[in-house]
Design a protein around this ligand. Structure first.
Ligand code: IMP
Length: 434
């Protein structure tokens, strides 16, 4: 069975760790959307790796990592990451495949991202300033430059000249020299060439041969361009549909869907967050959970677990089970709240409002559960968790509508509970480590 691992909240759910944990059981890890706005932090034997574009699978020898056509690639960021991995003794070699159809983030995209945010003023999105939105804009407007264009030089010069000149007009001030951009791209293209290929064909052949694939999402369902809190979203499909469009695989290739959710909630950037905690409790979660962006270092907004939001993510993605992360961050609290419904204009609602303005008007309805004294940090067996922590998880499962197959109790690979009787437990048993 191939498995998709994606975010069930607003990103930063700890997908990197879960992907890393499951990677020994697959042959291929394929990233389907987003760009270097993502930051997947993985700790291996105390060593911290932050990956932005390259799937965390790269840390496992023998695993092939795929970057699909749905991803937008800043070639400088890609090579910075490959160089950093190289310094830690991790070589991509022939284990990396980049879609020739993936679009590129060029210098003017970053400028345009900053400019658009400045123009929005009060209504800014709070983007990562990586040029993600403008690169996807060019893709949809059919004027983007793709990885394949770099290795096939014929039309490139003309396309770069047209694009740069049009953007210089918009950006004003520090005009870019299109020839310099072109030269840079040609050098980068040469370096990228060995890794460029037909991702859809590669995956089809691998799946036919029975090589298991993990589809790795970036950001989260509530940041999805279609199903998230528009316009406070990223510019790609972080939810399940992105797997098919972003890699060129059919829906039946996706065997199971694992949603990753924090045992509480965070969000970076602007937009509604009904369970947001702005006082001392928010600070407590931020400090204990080290809730600062892996890519930008921005402090994350923190709040209680929102079951309405997770139920919505379960519906949108067809999530089979959850990987619940950062349970240990709640250690030592007297009481913990779970949002199970919203109050909207005096009415109780249990379903996620489709309209972002309505969501902004929602007030959370909480249930209070007792906290636990004994630490959960590093616990590896479910029955060794404090009773109140087990009760908390059981209630989260009930109100979210799916079981928690994995519970993460710390940042290291080993600090994890995989429940044997769960979908993932069964999958792992059926699929021994390579
Ligand atoms: P963009 O993807 O840089 O355009 O940013 C759009 C929104 O998505 C902003 O609110 C960002 O903070 C958010 N965002 C983008 N990438 C991530 C991520 O990896 N984790 C969490 N939030 C993200």
């Amino acid at each position: 069975m191939n498995i998709a691992v994606l975010g069930a909240q607003w990103g930063d759910e700890g997908k990197g760790k879960i992907v890393d944990l499951l990677t020994p059981h697959v042959s291929i890890v394929a990233r389907y959307q987003g760009g270097h706005n993502a930051g997947h932090t993985v700790y291996v034997k105390g060593q911290k790796f932050v990956l932005h574009l390259i799937p965390a699978g790269i840390l496992h020898p023998g695993v092939t990592c795929v970057i699909g056509n749905g991803v937008v690639i800043d070639p400088h960021a890609l090579f910075a990451e490959l160089d950093e991995l190289g310094r830690h003794g991790v070589e991509a070699g022939d284990r990396l495949l980049i879609s020739d159809k993936a679009h590129l983030i060029l210098p003017y995209h970053r400028e345009l991202d900053l400019l658009a945010e400045a123009r929005r003023g009060e209504r800014k999105i709070g983007t990562t300033s990586r040029g993600i939105g403008p690169a996807y804009e060019d893709k949809i407007a059919r004027r983007g430059i793709r990885v394949g264009d770099l290795v096939d030089r014929a039309a490139l010069a003309e396309e770069v000249r047209e694009n740069v000149e049009a953007r210089n007009h918009l950006i004003g001030g520090s005009a870019l020299d299109w020839r310099a951009v072109l030269d840079d791209l040609l050098t980068l293209g040469e370096r990228m060439r060995p890794w460029v290929g037909d991702v859809s064909l590669f995956l089809a052949q691998a799946i036919r041969e029975g090589r298991p694939v993990m589809f790795e999402g970036a950001q989260g369902t509530l940041l999805d361009i279609d199903h998230g809190t528009y316009p406070y979203v990223t510019s790609s499909n972080a939810s399940i549909g992105g797997v098919c469009t972003g890699l060129g695989v059919g829906p039946r290739a996706i065997g199971g869907v694992l949603g990753v959710a924090k045992a509480y909630l965070t969000r970076v950037g602007e937009g509604p967050l009904p369970t947001e905690l702005t006082g001392a409790m928010g600070d407590r979660l931020r400090d204990t959970g080290q809730e600062y962006g892996a890519s930008t270092g921005r402090p994350r907004r923190c709040g209680w677990y929102d079951a309405v939001a997770v139920r919505y993510a379960v519906r949108i993605n067809g999530i089979d089970a959850l990987a619940l992360t950062k349970l240990d961050v709640l250690d030592g609290l007297d009481a913990i709240q779970i949002c199970t419904a919203y109050r909207l204009h005096g009415r109780l609602i249990t379903e996620w409002p489709s309209d972002t303005a309505l969501l902004a008007a929602c007030e959370p309805v909480y249930e209070t559960l007792p906290g636990w004294e004994a630490p959960t940090k590093g616990v590896r067996r479910f029955d060794e968790l404090p009773a109140a922590a087990r009760q908390y998880i059981a209630r989260l499962e009930e109100v979210s509508g799916v079981p928690a197959a994995i519970v993460s109790t710390g940042s290291d690979r080993d600090e994890t509970i995989v429940r044997d009787d769960s979908v993932v437990g069964g999958w792992l048993t059926a699929r021994p480590r390579r």
